[in-house]
Write a new protein. Structure first.
Lengths: 495, 166, 535
């Protein structure tokens, strides 16, 4: 990207962990100053150390600090930030926050508040997409006519997916395969929607069996130019939480790929979308339906960057500086295959129990075609205060098979001692026959629980572990060293 | 009396004996043979088991040994025999409520001196946005609270100590 | 140091005969030891289980460092006494490694008569503590005894080396700075209560352990007071109220873990310095000993053949090889330690006695421990020998043996008779450890000789009154004497009476001596000095 000048010098990052580190990286490249807000528990994290300025914030809980719009805007003003990057999660899709930032004269590195509001309301978004002629799943929206809601749902036919309309991240969603269970599912989804999102409204749509989650990266500038940067497949999920993402999707033919990507671009264009966003679809049985649009940078954006060579964060910043996109659709091409595996502080072998601990040793693989986006450093403590994602391991290779092999090796080379992670599980998923053949869908992991639980260590491995443990544990070593040579030589002898 | 290590909830007993030029490992109901470990740099070394060597990364945290070998990380806990054998019959007169997973304290439901029965909720904790109630496993009297509202704790941390009821 | 060249033909008929015979004796020894160690009526084992008690050998196994040897002493004590109903005299004693330290383990065997102390039990315990004192070895007591066996109290109570000596020895050990740990795993009553009380450290097991001068029934009889075992002397009371108990253990395994942790605190002082190099196995197979020891105990054999199967590399530096040839003297190594060996190749003459006395002094000055391999019928008798001073030369040998400051070890390989027993460092001369081989015999003179002498005396007595004995009558006098001698000079009788520290399978001798020697070096070696040698 040619050197450009920006109307701001300092960008405040209203986020933490690996994405904050990621954003700082692009800011450095562009010669901009990185400021960050942080809660006390994150004081020892690499993002805080790398930033040029760090501003401490506080809250009743650590999470609440990062949700405190007022504190963050004040921080931005105080450090003289001319722009603010919200990362993902937290306030990144909060229209009120986007407005407050703009009102403070700070450029919000993201879409307009209106776009956020439109796509944030699942029902509004769905109606908008359908109204513009793009495919949506047959559905029943409660709000349009509450008394007939259940009847309309029944007429779609099973299988059905009940969702809170204010929801996201899979919370409150329920699959109904038997109409007799519909009313109960509705009641439960409503109460969860109320509890998690403060909104009990629902909508029900056709559930695609063995659905594949395909999403498309889009970028739009302030001048109405919208491009897509191809799709990502995120079907390896657990309870609607993504674990492994890749591009290109092994499920799509070139024609289908084109259709889906152009649909996504079309939706973004119709919404007058600006900055980075992702349009998510459900694909199955040769059909695809609009699921939702995420009006922010996504966790799995690196795989797109690997195949296109585009720095999405840098593009976001340029767009926020009112630059036009420096490329057109024909300029964007994809090379090879990229896979991302998310490293979590959890134990899949023990029912995905969250884990914690101090990072006693940290070492990532360093080789060609392997990129690790990490938010942690050796010596810091991992707690359950936040989402358990620690790092992303991303690989790029000429073919899918080569990428899978490289990803397995990379994940096995991750050394993180002191806090249990899902690294072994990631290797098992990547090595699974179903994954290797590309035949996955969003229910795949749930259907194959042994991938999570793993197989018991082979005796050889146990021997090696016990040998290391014995030799490095002082009481064991000291007890051995204490035995006189004569008696050790004679051994277990009785007269 | 053998040394005990807990690996994934399974107890393994072993003994390390010195030999003329190294050590000999004996795993109860398992393998026995010569072993050696050469530490090459902090936390990194080469393990040799019966002549075959492989690279190992390790970190020791109190009684826990974290080991990365063959592309996997596992953790073992050295079980101190004095502690393990002493607490076999309920910590001589005490029973404790431990955290089943790492998390934060949402609410304390008892104060020292309270008499509780088995099943009484002692503490409410939150972990990964799930609330869990920690209950007394047997009748007793609350002796001491080891945490307060908002405190974070690790798995197995002692939250409440109770003494046997009269 | 050159290697002994063995002249034994392992394919000869004689070798094979001996081999079969000695292997049978070794097998018999193993069986009898196995029975003494483990054979118990099921109801006694069942009782232990009900009482939540571990079998004594399981306790010892848990106490010792895994993968280390245990040299058990006097396994067959009491095997010829009390109708053989008190195997091991209800005691297990041995040298083992606990937390890397050499210790004496002394354990009551509660599976035998409740662990009661018989006269031989007391003798075994006193011996164990004597070993601890002489060699400065820490002691771990595993206490679980029903107390003294009262019907035989006259044989274990009052005399100088009876039960009181146990407590005197404990006190002396403590005075010497040699620590003791007592693990109370049963009732320590009356005298038994002093074992933990006189130990520097003690541990009491909850529920089964108790310490009291008198138990509840005796207390009730004495003062009318009614009190439970727990209240009177249980773990809780003694560790929190009276302070008699140091550590409270919730189980036997817990107690043993604590004991190991206590022993791990013991200071390790440098051992006596004895010349030492890397160990080497004998060049000849030790199992050839079975073929070398003659089946007929009256047949002579060359002790060098024995040495060749005991010493490192079968190397032996012989001293005065051409003089006093009935006593082989020389230096060898045992598991790397240099030792001086004296071994009998026949009757002792003046020259061999002088050679022995001289060699002992050489080793003493050189700080070289001594190993006596006995196969001795006695000193030469007769007019010429007396004129040449055999008596005073024998006295010089005894004076040297008695005065030697270096540790002495004795193995009775075959016969051990008369003054030869003494000159070759018998029990009375304080070898640190004394072992025998299964075929060995020990008595003041050979059975035949004794029977002959006594029959003769009887016959002469009767002849004064004019009576003459017929052949059958002579036989009737001779036979019981022979019988008695044979019975009471056997290795099994000797070990039953604790005249030695145990019978060894010959092939175990090397390991046993190495462990014994290593243990002995925990005591400093005094400077050499002797009484007057009658010149």
């Amino acid at each position: 990207m040619a050197a450009i000048s920006f109307p701001f010098e300092t960008v405040l990052i209203a986020n933490r962990g690996e994405i904050a580190v990621r954003i700082i990286g692009s800011l450095r490249k562009l010669g901009l100053r990185a400021a960050i807000v942080y809660h006390e528990v994150d004081a020892a994290t690499p993002a805080v150390a790398l930033a040029d300025v760090a501003f401490k914030i506080s809250g009743r809980t650590p999470v609440s600090a990062y949700l405190d719009a007022e504190q963050i805007v004040t921080a931005a003003r105080t450090v003289g930030a001319g722009a603010l990057h919200p990362g993902y999660g937290f306030l990144s899709e909060n229209a009120g926050f986007a407005r407050a930032v703009a009102a403070a004269g700070i450029a919000f590195i993201g879409p307009s508040p209106e776009a956020i509001e439109l796509m944030g309301d699942k029902i509004r978004a769905r109606n908008f997409v359908e109204g513009n002629g793009f495919p949506v799943a047959p559905s029943a929206i409660e709000e349009s006519d509450p008394p007939t809601f259940l009847a309309r749902a029944r007429s779609i036919g099973v299988p059905l997916l009940v969702k809170p309309s204010a929801g996201g991240g899979g919370k409150g969603m329920r699959i109904v395969r038997d109409l007799d269970l519909l009313e109960d599912a509705v009641a439960q989804a409503r109460s969860e929607g109320q509890r998690y999102f403060g909104d009990g409204r629902l909508y029900i749509e056709r559930y695609v069996e063995k659905p594949r989650h395909i999403e498309v990266q889009v970028l739009g500038d302030a001048f109405g130019n919208v491009v897509h940067l191809f799709e990502r497949e995120c079907s390896v999920q657990r309870r609607f939480q993504k674990i492994i993402e890749e591009t290109p999707s092994p499920a799509l033919s070139p024609q289908m790929r084109q259709r889906i990507c152009e649909t996504a671009a079309g939706i973004a264009r119709a919404a007058g979308y600006r900055n980075a966003g992702t349009v998510e679809f459900i694909f199955g049985g040769g059909e695809f339906y609009f699921l939702e649009m995420n009006t922010r940078l996504q966790v799995e954006h690196p795989v797109t960057e690997m195949i296109t060579g585009v720095d999405l964060v840098a593009e976001q910043i340029a767009i926020a500086a009112n630059r036009p996109l420096s490329f057109r659709q024909p300029d964007i091409s994809a090379q090879g295959h990229a896979i991302e595996a998310r490293l979590y502080a959890e134990s899949p072998e023990r029912g995905f129990l969250p884990t914690s601990g101090k990072v006693l040793m940290l070492d990532y693989p360093h080789e060609q075609g392997v990129r690790v986006d990490s938010g942690i450093a050796q010596g810091q403590s991992i707690t359950t205060a936040f989402d358990p994602m620690l790092a992303k391991v991303i690989v790029h290779a000429p073919t899918r098979d080569a990428a899978v092999a490289k990803a397995i090796r990379a994940v096995q080379k991750v050394v993180l001692l002191g806090c249990e992670t899902n690294a072994a599980f990631l290797a098992r998923v990547l090595g699974d026959a179903g994954f290797r053949s590309g035949e996955v869908h969003t229910g795949y992991l749930d259907e194959n629980p042994t991938i999570a639980s793993g197989i018991d260590g082979d005796p050889d491995e146990v021997t090696g572990l016990l040998a290391v443990a014995a030799l490095v544990t002082r009481p064991v070593r000291d007890a051995a060293d204490a035995v006189p040579a004569l008696h050790a030589a004679i051994g277990d002898w009785r007269n | 009396m053998f040394h005990k290590f807990d690996l994934g909830g399974v107890m393994h007993e072993l003994w390390l004996a010195p030999t003329v030029n190294g050590y000999y490992l004996r795993i109860l109901d398992g393998w026995s043979g010569p072993v050696a470990f050469a530490e090459e740099s902090t936390g990194r070394g080469s393990l040799t088991v019966a002549g075959t060597s492989e690279a190992v990364a390790f970190a020791v945290d109190g009684d826990v040994i974290h080991i990365h070998m063959r592309g996997r990380t596992r953790s073992l806990r050295y079980v101190d025999p004095l502690r393990a054998l002493a607490s076999v019959d309920g910590d001589d007169g005490h029973n404790v409520a431990r955290a089943p997973m790492p998390g934060t304290v949402v609410a304390l439901k008892v104060v020292p001196g309270d008499a509780v029965t088995a099943g009484t909720v002692l503490v409410v904790i939150e972990s990964m946005k799930l609330e869990t109630q920690i209950r007394a496993s047997q009748d007793g009297i609350v002796e001491r609270l080891h945490v307060k509202d908002g405190d974070s704790f690790d798995r197995d941390a002692i939250l409440v100590t109770l003494s046997q009821g009269n | 140091m050159q290697r002994i060249v063995s002249l034994t033909d392992t394919r000869a008929q004689e070798f094979r005969t001996n081999d079969v015979h000695n292997r049978r004796l070794a097998a018999e020894l193993r069986e009898r030891q196995q029975a003494a160690r483990f054979a118990r009526p099921e109801r006694d084992l069942e009782r232990l289980r009900r009482q939540n008690k571990m079998f004594v050998r399981d306790r010892i196994q848990a106490l010792l460092d895994p993968g280390t040897p245990f040299l058990e002493l006097s396994t067959l004590a009491g095997n010829k006494a009390y109708d053989n109903e008190v195997p091991g005299a209800a005691q297990v004693v041995g040298i083992g490694i606990v937390s890397g330290r050499e210790v004496i383990v002394h354990a009551d065997d509660a599976s035998v008569k409740g662990g009661a102390w018989y006269p031989l039990s007391v003798k075994k315990i006193v011996r164990a503590l004597d070993v601890a004192i002489e060699n400065r070895l820490p002691v771990v007591h595993l206490c679980d005894s029903a107390g003294g066996f009262l019907p035989l109290q006259a044989e274990f109570f009052a005399d100088r080396y009876y039960a009181g000596r146990i407590f005197r020895n404990q006190s002396i050990l403590s005075k010497m700075g040699v620590p003791q740990v007592a693990v109370v795993m049963g009732h320590c009553t009356a005298g038994g209560a002093y074992v933990p009380a006189l130990s520097d450290y003690n541990i009491i097991v909850r529920g089964t352990g108790a310490i009291f001068l008198a138990g509840p029934p005796l207390v009730k009889a004495a003062t009318g007071e009614e009190v439970s075992v727990e209240e009177l002397g249980g773990a809780d009371m003694h560790t929190s109220v009276s302070g008699t108990g140091d550590y409270f253990a919730s189980s036997e395994m817990h107690a043993l873990a604590i004991a190991r942790d206590i022993v791990a605190r013991f200071n390790r002082i440098p051992k006596a310095a004895v010349d030492h190099v890397a160990p080497e196995q004998p060049a000849y197979d030790p199992s050839e000993l079975y073929g070398i020891i003659p089946k007929d105990p009256r047949v002579q054999f060359d002790m060098r053949e024995i040495v060749a199967r005991l010493a490192d590399g079968s190397r032996f530096h012989e001293y005065q090889p051409r003089y006093g040839q009935t006593l082989v003297c020389g230096f060898a190594r045992l598991h790397g330690y240099q030792i001086g060996i004296l071994a009998n190749n026949g009757v002792l003459f003046s020259d061999s006695a002088l050679k022995g006395a001289h060699f002992i002094q050489l080793c003493d000055k050189n700080r070289t421990p001594l190993l006596f391999l006995q196969n001795i019928t006695g000193f030469m008798v007769g007019r010429d020998y007396e004129r040449r001073g055999i008596t005073k030369d024998g006295a010089k040998l005894i004076m040297a043996v008695a005065g030697a400051a270096v540790p002495k070890f004795t193995v009775v390989c075959n016969g051990s008779y008369g003054a030869g027993t003494y000159g070759m460092s018998g029990r009375a001369f304080d070898p640190r450890f004394m072992f025998t081989w299964p075929q060995s015999q020990i008595s003041v003179m050979g059975a035949e000789q004794a029977a002959g002498v006594l029959t003769d005396i009887k016959a002469k007595q009767l002849a004064r009154n004019g009576e003459r004995l017929s052949e059958p009558q002579l036989a009737a006098i001779r036979e019981p004497i022979l019988e008695d001698y044979r019975e009471r000079s056997s290795a099994y009788y000797a070990t039953s009476e604790l005249w030695d520290d145990g019978i060894l399978d010959p092939v175990d001798t090397r390991n046993a001596l190495a462990i014994a020697l290593s243990a002995a070096l925990n005591a400093p070696i005094e400077a050499p000095h002797y009484g007057v040698f009658r010149m």
